[in-house]
Design a binder for this molecule. Sequence first.
Ligand SMILES: C[S@@+](CC[C@H](N)C(=O)[O-])C[C@H]1O[C@@H](n2cnc3c(N)ncnc32)[C@H](O)[C@@H]1O
Length: 76
Amino acid sequence: MVATSLDQHDVVIKNYQDAKSNLESLRKLGATIMHGVDATRMKLYPDLQRRKFDRVIYNFPHAGFHGKEDQAHMIK
Ligand SMILES: C[S@@+](CC[C@H](N)C(=O)[O-])C[C@H]1O[C@@H](n2cnc3c(N)ncnc32)[C@H](O)[C@@H]1O
């Protein structure tokens, strides 16, 4: 498994309180962890070019919002 984030490692640790332990768990399970990866430009990363994936999961993306992000029409 390859786990990536667009944010750099220090930003991930700062923004998500469980990030440090989650990353440690992923490492122990043998996952490859990469930061600073733009999911729309995966072919540009040599470490990703050499791999084949059967699933790509993009957790809870959103394209920005106006107003409150928890409003149903904004989530839609
Ligand atoms: C609403 S947040 C969700 C964060 C986290 N997955 C969660 O569920 O709490 C959306 C995430 O999408 C990421 N993101 C936005 N555009 C991206 C892109 N082009 N490539 C990779 N990640 C991107 C942002 O960095 C952000 O972490």
